[in-house]
Design a protein around this ligand. Structure first.
Ligand code: HEC
Ligand code: HEC
Length: 653
């Protein structure tokens, strides 16, 4: 049976920003279904979309109460679709659009706690759901059949909090209790990792005290919450300080997030103290053993610059420009403090070292490399890298790459082949490793022409290329590095961890007709380019898009590259909002698909990528460099591009 697909896109300017929602309606199949049940008055996604549009219009006409009435109606209609065994594609985008409208109404001061948006999970999240039992079951086995698989905070717990508690405890601070982010939730003391039943947050739900305002947490949701806490209340997202509504299916626009006064990366003048080179190593050596998460050492986690500054129980650890008054310095000197002098239980730091830290704060407490969210370890490694030659750094990086493999796959012996600026580490035969090293070296030379245009290395210190014989090995590697299950459909990625800039891939498995060499060249070019941009401080979404753009130039005829373009409409249709994409929450597979097309449209020639990389290397923060090179902010350009894409006619699939 054939059917036509219709894409509709809505792009409205509200309070200075765009809300973008894309819906894919599978026309005929659905319409006939809708006719069948017309007597039950079940609305189609298209009708719900129209209802939502009306609500938006009301809001635009400054009639928010009317808008909230209509939204409530749309949410009810959506609920009927959500309970179907197979909700139509597009329902998830509708849920996101409802949630975003609800957030906007809340900003208008409307009480929206009575409106419940049904939670529709993406199929990727569904696969990780616990079985449909009503109560907590024993540990779920994953496909490997060995390790118990936990409840996902980002996929299950956060959406529940957003749905039932959001209006009062995320947007608001009712009863002095607020859980803006995972970090905030853990800091509140309402969760006792390992002990669900005696956690306050469970107690208030069990006794029926919460949520106030008529909503109800289902027994399933409560069981999931308890199990998540019982299993250690771990965080499985990219950034524990991220606002909770931004990681769940409901998306809050950027404008609504409080702007944290966190130091932005800057380039230093001679005489300035480098955080990366001088301060981060002290913290790593002397402090992080006790301050590694936000539940240790006075609630102060020194995970990144952001969490360091954000501080613990006593609030911000430093105020830029005011070294002597800063908590950090007072704790190091042991003057004017509560609690102990730091580092606790160890000899105090020397006066000279404390003076350096104080001077760094006096100079503005600036971050000189990467982003405030980058791990301290990576920041320190980048600082060290600046002072090493390419060869010294390569030696260090390649041996660290070998250790990384051992850490992830202790039982899998790896062959290691070093060729120029590439080190191939993989559990494949020696001859295959040699072949890949040859392809990689040639591909790197082409990449160098494109994104450097001169003799400079693509990545100072070279790139480690991890090659996995089996998808299973790749899953184990991903799990070790990222701490959660490998996303469905992901076969390659790039990353920077401590001293190692790497690409990781499973080899394309081709039949005879498939051009395997071209496929290998394209995946290698893609991941090495992405690693280069990541190492320079670009965001993950941009790095993966740049990777695809360059791969298309290096090996555009490769079958895998040919498939990319066709995946774009579907990936865009599944996207809740531009914020979901730009904050890196769309998942690596959809992100690469969308970003490949987006960055490709911006950087038709390699020249702009080259300029951007130069700016990043010179220490310019990513947003600023992007805006300068492409003449527009990521958000503005992305939304314009996405709106244009959605207007393109879609070929029937
Ligand atoms: C309509 C608003 C509203 C909603 C929704 C809501 N709360 Fe509350 N919450 C409050 C108010 C008001 C207080 C202040 C305490 C009181 O009145 O006793 C509070 C207090 C709390 C406290 C601290 C009080 C204590 O006794 O330790 C916790 C924990 C809490 N809520 C959890 C939740 C959770 C979890 C949810 C979602 C499942 C939720 N709340 C939903 C309004 C709300
Ligand atoms: C052996 C464990 C340990 C080490 C090492 C350690 N800390 Fe702490 N730190 C703690 C504990 C426990 C607290 C909470 C009690 C207190 O304030 O004395 C704390 C509290 C703090 C606080 C106050 C947090 C707040 O919001 O109240 C700061 C600031 C701090 N540490 C800085 C440091 C620095 C800087 C270092 C390294 C030079 C360091 N700590 C090393 C255990 C440690």
């Amino acid at each position: 049976m054939g059917y036509t697909s219709v894409i509709s896109m809505h792009c409205k300017r509200i309070a200075g920003r765009f809300v973008v929602a894309v819906v894919l309606v599978q026309g005929m199949a659905l319409q006939s279904a809708a006719q069948d049940v017309a007597t039950n008055a079940q609305a189609t996604p298209k009708e719900i979309r129209e209802t939502l549009n009306q609500a938006r219009e009301m809001l635009d006409e400054r009639r928010p109460s009317k808008a909230s009435e209509i939204l409530a109606k749309a949410a009810k209609q959506l609920e009927q679709l959500a309970v179907l065994p197979q909700p139509p594609s597009g329902a998830r985008a509708l849920a996101a659009a409802c949630a975003s409208l609800k957030d906007d109404l809340e900003l208008e001061g409307i009480d929206v706690t009575g409106i419940t948006i049904p939670s529709l999970k993406s199929s990727a999240i569904k696969a990780a759901d616990p079985p449909a039992a009503g109560v907590a079951t024993g540990p779920v086995r994953n496909r490997k059949g060995a390790q118990p698989q936990g409840v996902s905070f980002t996929g299950q717990v956060a959406p529940m909090f957003v749905k039932h508690c959001g209006g009062c405890h995320i947007a608001g601070k009712k009863g002095e209790f607020q859980m803006v982010s995972y970090e905030g939730l853990m800091r509140s003391g309402m969760v006792r990792p390992g002990d669900g039943i005696s956690s306050r947050v469970v107690d208030v739900i069990q006794t029926g005290d919460m949520p106030r305002g008529g909503g109800k947490v289902t027994p399933d949701e409560l069981a999931t919450l308890i199990r998540w806490i019982d299993m250690g209340a771990a965080f499985d997202g990219p950034d524990p300080t991220l606002r909770m509504n931004a990681i769940g299916p409901a998306v809050v626009p950027k404008a609504a997030m409080p702007a944290a006064a966190v130091p932005k990366p800057v380039s230093l003048k001679p005489g300035d103290i480098s955080f990366a080179l001088e301060i981060a190593p002290i913290l790593l050596k002397q402090c992080v053993s006790c301050h590694h998460t936000d539940t240790t050492g006075g609630g102060l986690g020194m995970v990144s610059m952001e969490s360091l500054q954000h501080g613990g129980a006593s609030g911000a650890t430093f105020v830029a420009g005011k070294g002597a008054d800063s908590l950090l310095i007072r704790k190091l000197k042991g003057v004017g403090i509560e609690g102990q002098r730091m580092p606790r239980g160890k000899p105090p730091l020397s006066d000279a070292v404390i003076a350096r830290v104080e001077k760094w704060i006096d100079q503005g407490a600036r971050l000189d490399v990467l982003t405030p969210q980058a791990a301290l370890e990576t920041v320190a490694a980048k600082g060290r890298a600046k002072h090493l030659s390419h060869e010294e750094l390569a030696a260090q990086r390649f041996s660290a790459g070998g250790l990384m493999w051992k850490r992830a796959l202790a039982d899998e012996k790896a062959t290691i082949v070093t060729r120029g600026s590439v080190c191939v580490v993989g559990n494949i035969s020696q001859s295959r490793s040699d072949e890949i090293a040859t392809v990689a070296e040639a591909s790197l030379a082409t990449v160098q022409k494109l994104i450097r245009g001169d003799e400079r290395q693509v990545v100072k210190g070279g790139v480690v290329l991890f090659v996995f014989a089996k998808p299973y090995d790749y899953s184990n590697f991903w799990q070790t590095i990222r701490g959660h299950e490998r996303p469905k459909g992901l076969t390659a990625h790039a990353g920077v961890l401590g001293d190692v800039a790497y690409g990781a891939l499973t080899l394309p498995t081709g039949s005879e007709e498939v051009d395997e060499a071209a496929d290998t060249a394209s995946v290698v070019a893609e991941q090495m380019t992405a690693a280069a941009f990541l190492a320079a401080g670009a965001t993950e979404w941009f790095a993966s898009g740049a990777g695809r753009t360059v791969a298309l130039k290096v090996a555009g005829k490769a079958p895998r590259a040919q498939a990319w373009r066709q995946e774009v409409p579907k990936a865009l249709a599944g996207l809740g909002s531009s914020t979901e994409f730009l904050s890196g929450n769309a998942g690596p597979v959809a992100t690469a698909t969308i970003s490949g097309a987006f960055v490709g449209s911006l950087a038709a020639s390699g020249a702009k990528l080259r300029t951007l990389l130069d700016q990043l290397d010179a220490g310019m923060p990513f947003e600023a460099a992007f805006t300068e090179v492409f003449r527009g902010s990521p958000q503005a350009l992305f939304e314009a591009w996405a709106a244009k894409e959605a207007r393109k006619p879609v070929r029937p699939t």
